[in-house]
Design a protein. Structure first.
Length: 473
């Protein structure tokens, strides 16, 4: 199970348990609370009617006294009282009065007149000067048929002559209880829905942040250039920084190992040549032979120096030390690079032409761009035949500036095209040996650092076409 789903299930379980406990407590407290409030009302009503019943009892007019007359007129007119959505049409009270012996002398329902109520709790306790109340089911098998009874004493001074009981069926309270329970359930459902929504948003945000980390890790494992995403969480940001630190350490270790192996491999040939030349010179060969091998030693030493300098330059660039962006004119930069190659081109009897369109100034690292463009021109000059032509063009393209360098040389063999940007991979020049094999790698890294691209391919009309595109910054 995914971590997001696990978290969501855990949140749902917590919210569900909390809602269940709250509902259980509130629902169980609704009925007692409503009944307690009703009992308080019945107490007030019994105390209010007791003086009237006392007068009727003393005058012997319980059947047609003021209490009986008032109760007979009670429900003659509908009440039409709308209480919280419940329409109340009439009162549903029952009143009965007992004498000092507990015999019913008045019953508003007329059903128990003359019966002995002395053993009912409301009458029994009231006649003894205590608070008398009871709740009794009219149907023993139906819990909803319970009726609340509250009594008040009929006092003549200190003597209790009887009691008056006010009774109210609990079923009349059911609409209020059910409405309260319904509203409570609605509120709980809304709370659970909101909690689920908040939990879902939290899980979505967590999954999104973890997904960013997974994409970042996948890109790093595949060797793709990527940056650490912003996760907007202190813990996840700290995890991301730890991953980034680990990646840099692993990349640095792999980078050093690769460079050491590559440099060792590339230095083997010149070192072997220098050692062989030294062994021959140690045997005191003829002057002309010694001169030739001394020249070989100087040539291989210069090659080693160039290889090391280029490698250090590329290493500094690939280490991500940052670009020194300055305002520069692309056309002027291209012409300056071309001018520095004029002498070399004249020695090889080559013609250099340019067509550089004017454009707005860009924020590039001019030194690196000049070196990258110079490497492309050096390759074009080295592979061009005597009397050939090398062209440098520039134009505004796709929101940036595109340089194109073309020569009329033999082109790149098909087997070399996939490896042309590999470090230390080089093809032999027509009039010299292999180069360091780092020029194109350096140029491509310059393009990548600027957010651009470098492509190199054979032109349909012959020769090689190199395109260096740098975006506007």
């Amino acid at each position: 199970m995914r971590i997001g789903l696990q978290l969501l299930c855990g949140l749902v379980l917590i919210f569900a348990l909390a809602a269940w406990f709250v509902l259980e407590i509130f629902v169980e407290e609704i009925k007692p609370g409503v009944r307690s409030a009703t009992e308080d009302t019945l107490v007030d009503m019994a105390q209010l009617l007791a003086p009237m019943a006392l007068d009727d009892l003393q005058e012997g007019k319980m059947a047609n006294g003021r209490l009986a007359s008032a109760f007979d007129r009670l429900n003659q007119t509908p009440l039409n009282a709308l209480i919280d959505g419940h329409l109340k049409q009439q009162t549903e009270y029952r009143i009965y009065v007992v004498d000092g012996k507990g015999t019913v002398v008045y019953d508003s329902s007329g059903q128990d007149l003359g019966k002995d109520y002395s053993r009912w709790n409301d009458v029994y306790r009231t006649l003894r000067g205590e608070y008398g109340a009871r709740s009794t089911r009219s149907d023993p098998d139906d819990p909803a048929s319970s009726v609340m009874h509250v009594a008040a004493p009929l006092r003549d001074g200190t003597e209790i002559l009887g009691s008056l009981t006010v009774a109210k069926p609990n079923r009349t309270l059911l609409p209020m209880i059910e409405r309260s329970e319904h509203q409570l359930l609605q509120g709980a459902a809304m709370l659970l829905l909101i909690s689920l929504l908040i939990g879902g948003l939290l899980v979505w945000w967590l999954n999104r942040a973890i997904g960013k980390l997974v994409q970042y890790a996948d890109a790093v494992s595949q060797g793709q250039p990527t940056s650490l995403p912003r996760l907007y969480s202190p813990e996840l940001d700290r995890l991301g920084r730890s991953l980034e630190t680990m990646r840099r350490q692993l990349d640095g270790k792999s980078y050093i190992e690769s460079y050491v192996h590559s440099l060792t491999h590339e230095l083997k040939s010149p070192l072997a040549a220098i050692r062989g030349a030294g062994e021959i010179l140690a045997e005191a060969p003829p002057p002309e032979v010694a001169t030739r091998f001394i020249g070989n030693i100087n040539l291989e030493a210069a090659r080693m120096q160039q290889l090391i300098e280029r490698m250090l330059q590329l290493a500094r660039l690939e280490s991500g030390q940052g670009l020194d962006r300055q305002t520069c004119d692309p056309a002027r930069l291209g012409r300056r690079v071309l001018d520095t190659r004029q002498i070399v081109a004249q020695r090889r009897q080559l013609s250099l032409q340019f067509d550089l369109a004017e454009a707005q100034k860009q924020k590039w690292d001019p030194l690196l761009v000049e070196q990258a463009l110079g490497n492309l021109l050096d390759n074009a000059i080295d592979f061009s035949p005597v009397g050939g032509l090398v062209t440098l063009t520039g134009e505004v393209h796709a929101g940036g500036y595109r340089f194109q360098v073309r020569d009329l040389g033999p082109g790149i063999p098909d087997y070399a095209l996939p490896r042309i940007f590999e470090r230390f991979y080089s093809l032999p020049r027509p009039d010299k040996g292999k180069s360091s094999g780092l020029g194109l790698s350096f140029a491509r890294e310059v393009a990548r650092q600027h957010g651009g691209r470098l492509t190199l391919d054979n032109h349909p009309d012959g020769g090689v076409l190199a395109e260096l595109w740098l975006p506007a910054a």
